[in-house]
Design a protein around this ligand. Structure first.
Ligand code: FE2
Length: 200
């Protein structure tokens, strides 16, 4: 694929919330009704097996949806009819379709700010400039939708009314379970307030 775009931004968000948001399909139809809702609707998401340092899911396209642009001849019908969203913990998330790859690299700047380098690569080396521009604009719109939601979430997390809740079924939020497993292993057992950490 050919790298066609890269930019850097600072979002008012906790980096873990950003990773969670990117890596669950539960929000696609709700947060992205115009940009993604019809292309990768929530109900067609399918969790992939995760590992200690990665997770992913398939966002299947609706039946009858037109195939995306030019792609490698070795791709299967399945690979051409879904996007695969994956994370390599702790600081990279990506969305890969048959003809396009979008990645976000996260560099936390504190609990409520994260520096992001994100970019796009395309398979079709002959794609007209206008089409490339339109692909970039679509992802700028998608990222703007998430960025806005994450900024509001960052405010809401400080509310005394903010409570935790259960995860949605694995196809929608199982990727977050994989991420939490990674964090638990890195952070160790939770300490009770007023106790000192074990020496070992
Ligand atoms: Fe999103």
């Amino acid at each position: 694929m050919r790298h066609v775009f890269v930019t850097e931004e600072t979002w008012e968000a906790n980096w873990k919330c950003l990773l969670e948001n990117f890596m669950e399909g539960y929000h696609l139809s709700r947060v992205h009704p115009q940009t993604l809702g019809g292309r990768t609707p929530t109900q067609l998401c399918e969790k992939l097996p995760g590992g200690e340092t990665y997770t992913g899911y398939r966002a299947h396209y609706p039946e009858g949806a037109p195939l995306r642009g030019k792609c490698h001849a070795d791709l299967t019908d399945l690979e051409k009819s879904c996007s695969t969203l994956f994370s390599v913990f702790p600081a990279m998330v990506a969305s890969q379709a048959s003809d396009v790859l979008v990645y976000l690299l996260l560099q936390p700047e504190g609990a409520d700010r994260v520096r992001i380098r994100w970019g796009m690569a395309l398979y079709d080396s002959d794609m007209p400039a206008a089409e490339i521009r339109s692909r970039i604009e679509l992802w700028q719109a998608i990222n703007a939708e998430d960025r806005n939601k994450l900024a509001r979430l960052q405010t809401a997390l400080h509310s005394r009314h903010a409570v935790s809740g259960p995860l949605a079924p694995d196809d929608f939020e199982g990727t977050l379970r994989d991420f939490y497993g990674f964090l638990v292993k890195r952070l160790g057992p939770r300490q009770k307030p007023g106790t000192s950490p074990a020496k070992e």
